[in-house]
Write a protein that binds this ligand. Structure first.
Ligand code: GDP
Ligand code: MN
Length: 352
């Protein structure tokens, strides 16, 4: 296409100076966090191959693998052998992957049946709900995560579509960015019918936790009356864990957990993380890694312009079947750019 031919420049030198040895201290205490089942090792090797070839062979950030069951020797061997970086394997404590005592399990079962009848994606799955609750509010409490300050989520079966020649953790730390994303998309609203009602209750009970300059506009165009469904697709996510460990986020998650929507509906960790970022963070504390090409089955983000040409992207930004575009489900990404800047004197993040 015109786009590609007009951008076919010479490659940047593939290896820059920056590289860190396996096991050596890094400028940022970052890790990959991977939630997976034992049988996921095959599609996880594909993800790790992508991550290593596109990024981590130079940076050697460690991996933390978590599972609700004990990891098999096969899983450990099949993942350890994909990287030179340190690897850690942990089991999730039972209380982080089971029903809290206040949940009415008969009601949860009835609700699952209704969602199956209404053909809601994963509507009948119990494990998916435990997964979403764990990823929403508990993964960063695991003992293996305590040594880390930042994390980058990695899932089975994804692809990195362009080289990543700089350290996104360092990029965030230097600028005091607390949340990084690459795909913004609309939610399936029948998975979260009452989530916003609960968010409004939380706001009413905790007005002192909501800063005046936040990113609320991105998720609510009527100043908090309704949720437009925009969220960051959390299967890719890089975050400063102090955001999740903060008093505000802890209270937010605990409040939502008591509301029961992880089990009576099918609240995803993506809208929960995203609404929290919108409530608690300023625009400048949230970064769109627009230059990171990424595919998760269903959609891809394909950079354009210089980033595409320099970083050996293998995607077509004009492929409307796969590439999320401003016209459709991806309008949320583009609208992030319309969010007003925080007035300079209130800004927490360094902007450059
Ligand atoms: P989707 O991306 O929403 O379609 O959901 P996935 O099937 O990719 O699940 C999201 C993440 O949670 C992936 O990293 C999965 O490997 C992981 N996951 C999902 N269900 C389970 C489960 O029951 N046990 C464990 N250990 N991991 C799970
Ligand atoms: Mn997935």
């Amino acid at each position: 296409s015109d786009f590609i031919s007009s951008n076919s420049k010479k490659l940047e030198p593939y290896r820059r100076q920056v590289s860190y040895e396996p096991g050596a201290p890094k400028p940022v205490n970052g890790c990959f966090a991977v939630l997976a089942r034992n049988q996921d090792w095959r599609s996880l090797r594909e993800s790790m191959k992508q991550m290593e070839d596109r990024f981590n062979h130079q940076f050697n950030y460690p991996y933390v693998f978590l599972n609700d069951e004990p990891f098999s020797e096969e899983f450990k061997n099949m993942t350890r052998s994909m990287t030179n970086a340190d690897v850690h394997y942990g089991q999730i404590p039972k209380e982080h992957w089971s029903y809290p005592e206040w949940i009415d399990q008969d009601k949860a079962k009835e609700k699952r049946k209704e969602m199956v009848a209404n053909k809601v994606m994963y509507g009948g799955s119990e494990s998916y709900r435990h997964m979403c609750r764990f990823e929403s509010g508990l993964f960063f409490k695991h003992e293996l995560m305590q040594q880390f300050d930042y994390y980058w989520r990695l899932e089975p079966g994804i692809k990195y579509l362009c080289d990543i020649t700089y350290d996104p953790f360092l990029y965030m730390k230097e600028r005091k960015i607390r949340y990084g994303w690459t795909i913004g998309i609309y939610e399936l609203m029948d998975t979260v019918p009452t989530l916003w009602e609960s968010v409004k209750k939380f706001i009413a009970h905790n007005p002192d936790l909501i800063p005046a300059h936040n990113s609320l506009w991105w998720v609510s165009r009527d100043n908090g009356t309704s949720y437009n469904g925009c969220h960051f697709w959390s299967n890719f996510e890089i975050a400063d864990l102090s955001f999740y460990r903060s008093e505000a986020y802890t209270k937010f998650f605990d409040f939502l957990d008591k509301e029961g929507g992880f089990f009576y509906e099918r609240w995803g960790d993506a809208p929960v993380h995203s609404i929290a970022a919108a409530l608690f963070l300023q625009k400048e504390e949230v970064h769109w890694f627009n230059d990171i090409g990424y595919l998760h089955p269903g959609w891809q983000h394909c950079p354009s312009g210089d980033a595409w040409a320099k970083n050996r992207c293998t995607c077509d930004p004009n492929d409307e079947e796969k590439t999320i575009t401003a016209a459709g489900w991806g309008r949320c990404s583009r609208e992030w750019e319309l969010l007003p800047d925080t007035p300079a004197k209130y800004r927490k993040a360094r902007v450059d």
